[in-house]
Design a protein around this ligand. Structure first.
Ligand SMILES: [Zn+2]
Length: 496
């Protein structure tokens, strides 16, 4: 007798228009994902649908590629280990006889017989008590592009509560972003953050492209800070928490850069609701993001049980455009640097980006009036940043052109300019950056000594002070020529 104790996600019918998102409480069931994640991959096929990829393809996908993905996105706090069955088990019925491929009537109760049979068909070869998650890769197209849920299963070694990720082979090849998305469900119990339209297409109305738990079907990117907090990857030292009414200055590092930084700012509004602020840069698995900057979510922890809601809603910096690709706040032209919620009297304002890499952001949070004042005080931040960037570009140009004499002076000026910028001394920063640029433009190619000496010996010339050795040999050679010359002159004198 089957009891489905938790159902996370059913992705169905993206191509066929057979939409069916089914959610049965209790859900979501967040779980930390730390240390080794032991998974078993069971590969199955049917009499009417055979696999197309070799076992090595999936070995590489799960234990190399996805392992690498989880290592990076968790800051090396979790990794994928485990096993893959050494054959493709043939299911007793054809793919058509299972619920696979039947879109409109689909529900997880209907698909469970297939999943249970796939688990039990490998029961003699697999000790399921060892694993945290079962990944079933099956031949044929499947009911959707992948799905995940939790259920106990009765095996020969006992009954175990397992989570499952079901991945149809054809869909993995078609939608490479699906496996890590389903792993987010299966390992972390994370909810979906998109909604299926009646037409069966995925609508990314909640968080756009900013989270792997959104409609992430074509690419891999980092999970949002919210998911990372749930999975235990961002802990209290990586997060700053304030409440509405409080003020704070916080420097946030990009979510995709491992380090000891602070990755999230949480501004508590009510018992269940808060703003969550993160910084995204196109680095690592975030390199394919549509944009970069400060991303702000309104979080409602009571949401996410139903398929038509998400616990996260991105706060769009450019609500006049139809896309959420440009929803990040930033310190740049035509992009707001301040977010204001006048209802809750909360603001988040970019004070400055941190020199010299410009990837981390210093933020202010506090009541709206204070935030507006910070925004006014910071009119010089952006133009000064540009002056520093121009100086840096001048230095890079000099290096490319091999004009390295005087470049150290330019770098020193720029270093001082960055330090001044980071403490908000914009006038000093601009002056120093201009000096850096002038020094870089004045830098020249070093003159290389062209003294050539006919060396007959093969012993190496000391490299520490080559000029001394060169001069000594040159001197000795000159002396030798002088003596020879004198001897010849003497002989000529004699013979004349
Ligand atoms: Zn999903």
């Amino acid at each position: 007798m089957l009891v489905l104790i938790g159902i996370i996600c059913v992705r169905t019918g993206l191509q066929t228009g057979h939409a069916a998102e089914l959610v049965i409480p209790p859900w979501p069931w967040y779980r930390t994902v730390l240390g080794p994640q032991n998974i078993i991959v069971v590969t199955v096929e049917f009499a009417d649908a055979k696999h197309t990829q070799p076992r090595s393809y999936y070995e590489d996908l799960f234990f190399n590629k996805i392992d690498r993905y989880f290592r990076e996105t968790s800051y090396n706090q979790c990794w994928i280990v485990g096993d893959i069955t050494n054959k493709w088990y043939q299911m007793p019925k054809s793919s058509k006889e299972y619920v696979l491929g039947r879109g409109p009537g689909f529900n997880l109760y209907a698909v469970w017989p297939f999943v249970e049979e796939a688990v039990l068909i490998a029961d003699n070869d697999v000790d399921y008590s060892k694993y945290r998650m079962v990944v079933i890769v099956h031949a044929a197209e499947g009911i959707g592009i992948g799905y995940s849920f939790v259920s106990p299963v009765k095996t020969r070694r006992g009954t175990f509560l397992l989570s499952y990720v079901i991945l149809p082979e054809q869909r993995i090849l078609q939608y490479p972003g699906v496996p890590p998305h389903e792993f987010g469900h299966g390992l972390g119990g994370l909810p979906d953050m998109y909604v299926l339209t009646p037409a069966g297409t995925a609508d990314t109305v909640f968080v756009g492209q900013w989270d792997q738990m959104s409609a992430a079907f074509s690419m891999w990117r980092h999970f949002s800070a919210w998911c990372k907090i749930k999975m235990g990857w961002i802990q209290s030292h990586g997060m700053v928490e304030t409440r509405r009414g409080q003020t704070a200055n916080v420097t946030l590092d990009p979510l995709s850069v491992a380090g000891s930084g602070v990755y999230a700012l949480k501004i508590i509004l009510t018992e269940k609701m808060y703003y969550l602020v993160e910084v995204r840069q196109k680095i690592g698995y975030d390199r394919n993001l549509p944009d970069s900057g400060v991303v702000i979510y309104l979080v409602d922890e009571s949401k996410g049980r139903r398929a038509d809601e998400s616990p996260l809603i991105v706060q769009d910096a450019t609500p006049d455009t139809a896309t959420l690709d440009d929803s990040a706040y930033d310190l740049r032209e035509r992009r707001p640097a301040g977010f204001f919620d006048r209802g809750y009297d909360v603001s988040v304002v970019i004070v400055r980006r941190r020199a010299p890499t410009w990837m981390s952001y210093m933020l202010f949070t506090g009541p709206v009036a204070r935030g507006e004042a910070v925004l006014q005080e910071n009119k010089k931040a952006l133009p000064t940043m540009k002056i520093l960037q121009e100086a840096d570009a001048a230095i890079q140009r000099a290096i490319v052109e091999e004009r390295t004499s005087g470049i150290d002076k330019a770098k020193l000026f720029l270093g001082n300019a960055s330090a001044a910028y980071n403490r908000g001394a914009y006038d000093d920063a601009a002056t120093l950056a201009n000096q850096a640029r002038n020094a870089a433009e004045a830098a020249f190619k070093p003159v290389v000594s062209t003294v050539t000496v006919p060396l007959t010996q093969t012993t190496a010339v000391p490299t520490v002070q080559p000029s001394y050795a060169s001069y000594a040999i040159a001197g000795a050679t000159a002396a030798a020529f002088l003596i020879i010359g004198l001897v010849i002159a003497k002989r000529r004198k004699k013979t004349s």
